[in-house]
Design a protein around this ligand. Structure first.
Ligand code: F0G
Length: 456
């Protein structure tokens, strides 16, 4: 097989600002060892997130000029609505400024004290919005999803047995909804199988529990289904996405991922009564129902991006880039989540830095080492992000200590990826010199964004 090439030519470029290890040491110290607090000009390869960082296509930029900025009833909205309905099959489409705004609106209405939300794994803002409403979020990832370095085709699946047994032991009326995150971002960007979604739907139907999809990476998940699940090889990505959404009562989506947009999101629903409540809240928080916090040009760019992302040449290149980096570092002995996920490479920091205990945040120590060594910015998904304290202020660690290198869509080429692999391998070879960390300042909610740290 020939090399899978980037399925685009580059028309406009942005310079990378080169700097030295000494410069980066100072920059990171000034940022209190939190990569979120770095100036992005000081980052050479930015793998902090794949969200809002995509390169838009020439067609999307052309769409930006076509964007109609009417307050109400803009043609850009109808184009956006048509694209979302064609993909999700859901008649109600509510635009929002990004994914978490959809979550806030939906959970403000469906959540509250005493309610429970069950998921394969809730993303951090999703969990935070659920908890902010007073409700509880419970993750039920399948057993293979808990084993970072043991490959399986659908490690993002929800644990069906755990779900059933929870429903049998508890009152189903308290379960606000089940949310399937595709792909499972906090669990390694791993896909969820169609069978798993179908079975979840059956259980939810039986107990009258609504099923929602967190659809940020719906196209990447659909491509994995096409590649790995029997019966889907000859189906189009649109057909697979249609089937996936057909099992759900609604979905939230951040258009900053699989719509190649720099901002935007939506909430799509089947239930017209719930839709009225959501739209009422939309008007007081986001904007009128035909723009919801977005400019007409954003709606236009999203409508175009939603179709572009389903192109199979693009998805083949996309999934292969992540796999390529994963294989390269794995061959050098670096402990990495296997198989490769859809949008990011996840290093297993516990295995990478066995000499650093979890209460010294090995993931964050690795994030710092990768920045200092190569100017690469990535994010800890472990006890800094998800850790809690017990009554004696002792850390209750997260299940996994991961470091995510998220690959922005259509932004970096193969040589950038080769460079990233070289830096990771060099850091791995010098891993014994890496020190643990302590938190010196932190916020109550989503502390990883603003926490200040230092070496122990
Ligand atoms: N759900 C998932 C699975 C996500 O990955 C994100 C964002 C959201 C919801 C919220 O969307 O950012 O538009 O408000 N994930 C980004 C990330 C931030 O880096 O993984 P948003």
């Amino acid at each position: 097989m020939k090399t899978i090439i980037e399925p685009f030519r580059i028309k406009s470029v942005e310079p990378i600002h080169f700097n030295t290890e000494t410069y980066r040491n100072n920059a990171l110290r000034d940022a209190s060892y939190n990569a979120f607090l770095l100036h992005s000009d000081d980052v050479m390869i930015d793998l902090l997130t794949d969200s809002g960082t995509s390169a838009m296509s020439s067609a999307q930029w052309a769409g930006i000029m076509l964007g109609d900025e009417s307050y109400a009833g803009s043609p850009s909205f109808y184009k956006f609505e048509k694209a979302v309905t064609e993909i999700t099959g859901m008649p109600v489409v509510i635009p929002t400024h990004q994914g978490r705004a959809s979550e806030k609106i939906l959970f403000s209405i469906t959540g509250g004290k005493g309610k429970v939300f069950i998921s394969n794994t809730l993303f951090d803002t999703t969990r935070a919005n659920i908890e902010f409403s007073g409700a509880e979020g419970i993750d039920m990832i399948c057993p293979e999803g808990k084993l970072p370095t043991i490959p399986a085709p659908f490690k993002g699946n929800i644990d069906i047995k755990a779900l059933e047994s929870y429903i049998e032991k508890n009152d189903a009326a308290h379960i606000a909804m089940v949310i399937i995150t595709v792909t499972n971002n906090s669990g390694g960007g791993q896909p969820v199988s169609m069978q798993n979604i179908r079975e979840t739907h059956k259980i939810c139907r039986q107990y009258s529990i609504p099923l929602y999809i967190d659809a940020c990476r719906f196209a990447e998940n659909s491509y994995f289904i096409k590649m790995r699940e029997s019966g889907y090889a000859d189906k189009s990505i649109l057909d697979i996405a249609n089937e996936m959404f057909s099992y759900a009562d609604g979905c939230t989506m951040s258009a900053k991922k699989d719509a190649f947009a720099n901002i935007g999101g939506f909430l799509a629903l089947n239930d017209p009564e719930l839709a009225t409540k959501c739209r009422n809240l939309l008007v007081i928080t986001e904007g009128f129902s035909t723009y919801g916090g977005l400019a007409g040009r954003d709606l236009e760019a999203i409508a175009i991006g939603l179709y572009e992302v389903m192109d199979e040449h693009y998805l083949q290149y996309r999934i292969r880039s992540i796999e390529y980096l994963t294989q390269k570092i794995s061959a050098a002995g670096v402990p990495v989540m296997l198989p490769a996920g859809g949008h990011a490479v996840y290093l297993d920091a516990k295995q990478f830095l066995p000499h650093i205990p979890v209460d010294q945040y090995p993931g964050q120590a690795l994030v710092c080492a990768l920045y200092i060594k190569g100017g690469i910015r990535c994010v800890e998904i472990g006890s800094l992000m998800f850790g809690k304290y017990d009554e004696n202020h002792q850390l209750i660690p997260a299940a996994l200590e991961l470091v995510r290198l998220a690959i922005p869509r259509r932004v970096y080429t193969q040589s950038h990826i080769d460079y990233v692999a070289e830096v990771i391998i060099e850091v791995f070879e010098e891993r014994n010199q890496i020190k643990g960390m302590k938190i010196t300042e932190e916020a109550e909610i989503l502390r990883h964004f603003t926490a200040k740290l230092d070496f122990v």
